[in-house]
Design a protein around this ligand. Structure first.
Ligand code: GAL
Length: 139
């Protein structure tokens, strides 16, 4: 699975927290994932999955042992080997995702028990230069 980063936040990551991943891909990337996981089982509240081969970003949730409907972007503002910054911020209704400070999507919470979202994981073709996880508060 090529785990690049994993951390647990027992008090919960949503809402109000901001995760900023700075990094770049390898020279020939296929995909990477940023996953917000729940403490119970293998549930993924938010799966953020840029796919370089298809030039699209697939977002989804894995709840009750299956994937839900995909939400796919029609823009793909990432390039192989070029540094980027991805910020994922959550409010009570959505995850908000910006790449290089441009908002690219929002994803409505499907896992409604926000306090159950306690783990952050980054996997696959990404070289992380920094991770910043801060409480931004709600606005
Ligand atoms: C599947 C893929 C999973 C996940 C999911 C999202 O095809 O195997 O890793 O990305 O799509 O809908």
């Amino acid at each position: 699975m090529a785990l690049r980063f994993e951390a647990s936040y027992p008090e919960g990551l949503c809402p109000g927290w901001s995760v900023i991943v700075k990094g770049e891909t390898s020279s020939n990337p296929n995909m990477f994932e940023i996953n917000f996981l729940c403490n119970a089982g293998d549930q993924i509240a938010f799966h953020f999955n840029p796919r370089f081969s298809e030039s699209k970003i697939v977002c989804n949730s894995f709840i009750s042992n299956r994937w839900g409907p995909e939400e796919v972007t029609d823009t793909f503002p990432l390039k192989a080997k070029e540094p980027f910054q991805i910020e994922i911020y959550s409010d009570p209704d959505y995850f908000h995702v910006s790449i290089d400070e441009n908002k690219i999507l929002q994803y409505k919470h499907r896992q409604k028990q926000l306090l159950a979202i306690t783990k952050l994981q980054v996997v696959k073709d990404i070289r992380i230069s920094s991770m910043e996880i801060t409480k931004r508060g709600l606005y």
